[in-house]
Design a protein around this ligand. Structure first.
Ligand SMILES: [Zn+2]
Length: 138
């Protein structure tokens, strides 16, 4: 059981054993993924494109587009950047993208545990009503 001392009260934040077990499980998987070093943000999507030649089949009706090509994209400061990938690169990097998604899910799970612990804190019930109202206001 993890205990964090409150400097103003002799009480502690008590975390249930099940909470710790879940956190340990998340930490193990996080560490295992991180240790591979194979983590890539963004996504890989299949693209079919039109070229600049007016008489090309890609401008016909119905169009026969070029591709499929694979493009890796990610957002940096609200701007999307990307690179074209070969089919072999796409196969190599897709698992990296999947790892990144899993890391985010695991982190969200850890945060949910923390939020649930805070909500379950028995000291909420002992707080005077006026203080609770003040704390909940922005
Ligand atoms: Zn074309």
């Amino acid at each position: 059981m993890t205990q964090i001392m409150d400097p103003c009260h002799p009480e502690t934040v008590r975390v249930a054993a099940s909470h710790q077990a879940q956190a340990r499980q998340i930490a193990d998987e996080l560490a295992a993924i991180a240790a591979t070093g194979m983590v890539l943000p963004g996504s890989i999507t299949q693209r079919r494109t039109r070229c600049g030649r007016d008489n090309c089949a890609c401008h016909a009706d119905p169009p026969r587009l070029h591709g499929p090509y694979w493009q890796w994209t990610r957002k940096i400061a609200a701007k999307t950047v990307g690179r074209w990938l070969s089919p072999a690169q796409r196969e190599d990097y897709q698992p990296w993208i999947d790892n990144d998604r899993r890391l985010r899910d695991l982190l969200a799970g850890l945060e949910a545990l923390g939020a649930a612990a805070l909500e379950a804190d028995p000291r909420w019930k002992r707080e005077p009503a006026h203080r609770r109202t003040t704390q909940n206001s922005p």
